[in-house]
Write a protein that binds this ligand. Sequence first.
Ligand code: ADP
Ligand code: ZN
Length: 232
Amino acid sequence: MREGGGRALILLGPPGSGKGTQARLIRECLKVPHISTGDMLRDRMQAGDSLGMIIKRLIDEGELVTDELVNRMVQERISKPDCGKGFILDGYPRTLSQAGMMCRQLADRGTGWLVVHLKVDYNEIIRRLAGRRSCPGCGAVYHLTSHPPAVAGLCDRCGNSLSIRDDDRESVVRKRLEAYEERTRPLLEFFSEEEGSFCEVDGAGDAPPLIAERICSLARSGRPGGAAACSN
Ligand code: ADP
Ligand code: ZN
């Protein structure tokens, strides 16, 4: 494997495990870009063209978007100069085929990686997603009881009205959790086989900044692993 292509931090975990919240905090300490395929797809959806409509239908039904599309999006994004020192992947890879693609791409560019599994139990996930509110303006995420905005219904940062993501409705949440169990959970085994590039972090016991600190120090220590998983 080549070296010198920075290091990727990959956040794996079910919907509601806090990948997005953690990625935003970790970005501040590692000073590398945060790449969220969910955010990229929601942006792409706004275009309102036929591809945007296809993406919207899949997301609103709790289905995954095709591997081909997300692979291409991520490939384009990580080839930008700001990703040279590394980046945080949030929501990608989500299938074994995406994981295979990612392995090859990162190995080719000499980027090592650390996979962090954010562990959160099922009941906590349901509670989080049911109370989640987000800002369509700046992407900030709130929770009705555990992280409410200063003024009910309004974003602290930009004042926009907060909304419930269409895919946080209960019937859709169930589908997203099923998709996670079937398509994404197998990745844990795939990545955990290589010692040194996989770790598990409790995503629920402490406040988000504390969890982020733990992940940052894990990311800073240790050698960049990764290459071996590609040969699986
Ligand atoms: P969460 O992790 O809470 O489900 P995200 O914002 O990461 O939320 O993703 C929202 C939706 O975007 C997913 O339910 C899925 O439809 C789509 N999506 C995001 N990332 C991927 C991916 N890597 N592959 C396929 N679909 C994806
Ligand atoms: Zn906002």
